[in-house]
Ligand binder design. Structure first.
Ligand code: ZN
Ligand code: ZN
Length: 368
């Protein structure tokens, strides 16, 4: 299967101008981008080493000889017209030359180490270095049709993989075996890989929100949390389902029912212009009303895209409103240590008309 063939094109070339405007708003004449995900966003280049100079009227990718051909091919395929500088030992000379006329250079404060900051201070001795936070990340929040198409395709693969693997839970498979089967299915169905380490957590393990899969066999009557996603062209999906083999303990059943209802209420809050905090509140109020407020130990969701966790953060303290084109998760959970846990998560596109779910697997508890 080659899912990528029918996907809408992404406007990679248009991103530099939007980020440039955001950098100016942040008080910078130029931005030096070192976060590799942000480098990919701006250029299409997927190498693990490289930085981007986003000047007032130029875009320069500096990388090393390992990536000479790859950088040319990938930026060309992305349709980005930019200068590429290949050097193994002289980034200082290249960057000092392009920065010669620039007064204020933005650095990504969250991605630049103290040692690097001291180095840049020396490289750009005539300029003022300005710490910035989230300049590129804010632009990344709003996805174009090509980006959303890739996330939808990744989500569809995860749906198909779960449908295929779900019966394994009833066959006494271990958590690790189920996780491996999902990871393998993602690739076989056309994804580039898993969006993050797949979580399969059964029985008491499900009370740990980010438990890694173990050799524990899945037992009848337990809740099992499966949290998974696939990647296409760097774009990720994220979905959690809670399942059970046979009839669970009545208390565990009530936990699951509460979480599933809370998640539905949260998704219903998703629409352009709505406060982000309302999504969290809808989930939290429902879980609190059933007496498990203290057991919902994390935020309600997060943005998804080139990173599995990115802006915006869906939590009680969020002050922004949702914008069309954002892609977020809604994933309330309840965790009762030593006993059970339940979480239900969808990846949802924010539109003017409400939520558009990308993840469609059934939310029934029953495995088969
Ligand atoms: Zn997840
Ligand atoms: Zn998530």
């Amino acid at each position: 299967m080659t899912a990528a063939r029918s996907l809408a094109p992404m406007d990679v070339a248009g991103r530099a101008d939007r980020v440039r405007a955001a950098a100016v708003d942040a008080g910078c004449d130029a931005l030096m981008v070192v976060n590799v995900v942000n480098v990919r966003y701006l250029t299409g280049f997927t190498g693990s080493a490289g930085l981007v100079w986003l000047g007032p009227d130029e875009l320069v990718l500096v990388t090393d000889r390992r990536y000479a051909e790859q950088s040319e091919v990938e930026t060309g395929q992305a349709g980005v017209d930019m200068r590429i500088e290949i050097t193994n030992d002289a980034p200082k000379e290249i960057l000092a030359a392009v920065a010669a006329e620039v007064g204020r250079i933005g650095l990504e404060a969250g991605s630049v180490s103290w040692a690097d900051q001291r180095k840049y201070d020396e490289w750009f001795d005539a300029a003022e270095l300005v710490p910035t936070a989230g300049v590129v990340e804010r632009c990344r929040q709003i996805k174009d049709d090509g980006e959303i198409d890739r996330m939808a395709a990744a989500a569809a693969i995860a749906d198909d993989a779960l449908a295929e693997v779900r019966p394994m839970l009833a066959d006494g498979a271990t958590e690790k075996e189920v996780a491996l089967a999902l990871d393998t299915a993602f690739r076989r169905l056309g994804a580039d890989g898993s969006a993050f380490p797949t979580i399969v957590a059964s029985g008491p393990n499900a009370a740990l929100p980010h438990k890694r899969p173990t050799d524990r066999p899945i037992e009848p009557g337990e809740l099992v949390i499966v949290d998974m996603g696939a990647v296409i062209d760097g774009y990720r999906s994220d979905m959690t389902r809670t399942m059970a083999v046979g009839q669970p303990d009545p208390e565990a059943q009530r936990v699951f029912d509460t979480v599933r209802d809370a998640q539905q209420l949260g998704v219903e809050q998703v629409a352009a212009g709505r406060p982000i905090s309302e999504v969290d509140k809808a989930c939290r109020d429902r879980i609190g009303a059933d007496g498990w407020g203290d057991a919902f130990v994390h935020g309600t969701g997060h943005g998804v895209g080139l990173d599995i966790h990115e802006q915006p953060w869906v939590r009680a303290t969020a002050t922004d409103t949702l914008e069309a084109g954002q892609v977020i998760t809604v994933e309330p959970g309840v965790y009762l240590p030593g006993f059970c846990g339940a979480r239900v998560e969808d990846t949802v596109v924010v539109t003017e008309d409400g939520p558009r779910r990308l993840t469609h697997s059934p939310k029934d508890l029953e495995v088969v």
